[in-house]
Design a protein around this ligand. Structure first.
Ligand SMILES: [Zn+2]
Length: 283
């Protein structure tokens, strides 16, 4: 992941971007930096349901929308499932937001789709041949339900997407270092993967089992036909890095939400993103 700074003269918004996704796909993963929220939600909380003030959330969302090309970022109601919703030209974002969907896809040029996260994996996909994109919310339940392969299958059905044309970035999420689980999670994971995959994904070196969600989804992507050189999974662990990321697990639910977003095609009217080498502002 590379750090980029979005600014339009009014505010600075650091974003993490993936080098495997071509520049014509406007995309980013937010961090805690660049917003106006305070306390447990400092600073760029995008979630509206965990107790932050609506005014702060609205301002934070406005800033991310600016960075996404100043068009509404379409999101769904996330329920840790595998339902995929396709966004078409003229769709009302409010109507889509009311639908249960942990994956959204679109091929409307410049239209961004997004997912909220705070430990779960934000997965962004770009089809370099058709210009179609998807944003997927993959926690352990969604991963077990197959939300990532479901999004690829839906893109194939809707847009003719071929796995060889996909570029996929797995954003900041809870690492295997911190994702201690109970045996019921181990059972759910091992029920849907081969023994060889289960051996790599479920780690038992410590007293309690840990699950490597990023590796699980990487292997699911490979299984769906995506080339490993077209997959990007940063090492960032949301739980380990308190200064940069919100973490639901670490903060016992008293935390904010981040977002991954990606727009189909080129957002010609939007200000450019500036690649930056400096670290984002600490919250
Ligand atoms: Zn960690």
């Amino acid at each position: 992941m590379n750090e980029a700074l979005f600014h339009d003269g009014e505010f600075l918004l650091p974003l993490l971007r993936s080098a495997v996704i071509p520049a014509e796909f406007r995309h980013g993963f937010t961090t805690r930096a660049g917003g106006v929220s305070e306390g447990d939600f400092a600073m760029l909380n995008l979630g509206g349901r965990w107790g932050d003030t609506p005014e702060a959330v609205a301002e934070n969302r406005r800033r991310v929308q600016r960075a996404a090309g100043d068009r509404p970022i379409t999101v769904g109601t996330q329920v840790h499932g595998a339902a995929v919703v396709c966004v078409r030209a003229g769709d009302d974002p409010a109507a889509i937001a009311a639908q249960q969907a942990d994956a959204l896809c679109t091929n409307v040029a410049g239209a961004p789709v997004g997912v909220y996260v705070a430990d779960c994996i934000p997965v962004l996909m770009a089809d370099v041949r058709t210009g179609a994109v998807a944003a997927v919310h993959a926690g352990w339940r969604g991963s077990v339900a197959g939300v990532v392969p479901a999004a690829i299958a839906r893109m194939a059905a809707e847009y003719g997407t071929q796995p060889a044309d996909l570029r996929v970035a797995l954003g900041p999420s809870i690492g295997v270092c911190c994702f201690e689980v109970g045996e019921e999670v181990v059972e759910a994971v091992t029920a849907v993967v081969s023994d060889a995959v289960a051996k790599r994904v479920v780690r038992r070196e410590l007293a309690k089992p840990h699950v490597d969600l990023k590796l699980l989804n990487w292997l699911l992507l490979e299984g769906a036909g995506v080339a490993p050189e077209h997959i990007d999974a940063g090492p960032e662990c949301t739980s380990c890095d308190r200064a940069r990321f919100f973490s639901y697990r670490r903060d016992a639910g008293r935390t904010g939400q981040m977002m991954g977003f990606i727009a189909a095609g080129v957002a010609a009217s939007a200000p450019p993103l500036l690649e930056a080498t400096a670290s984002p502002t600490s919250p």
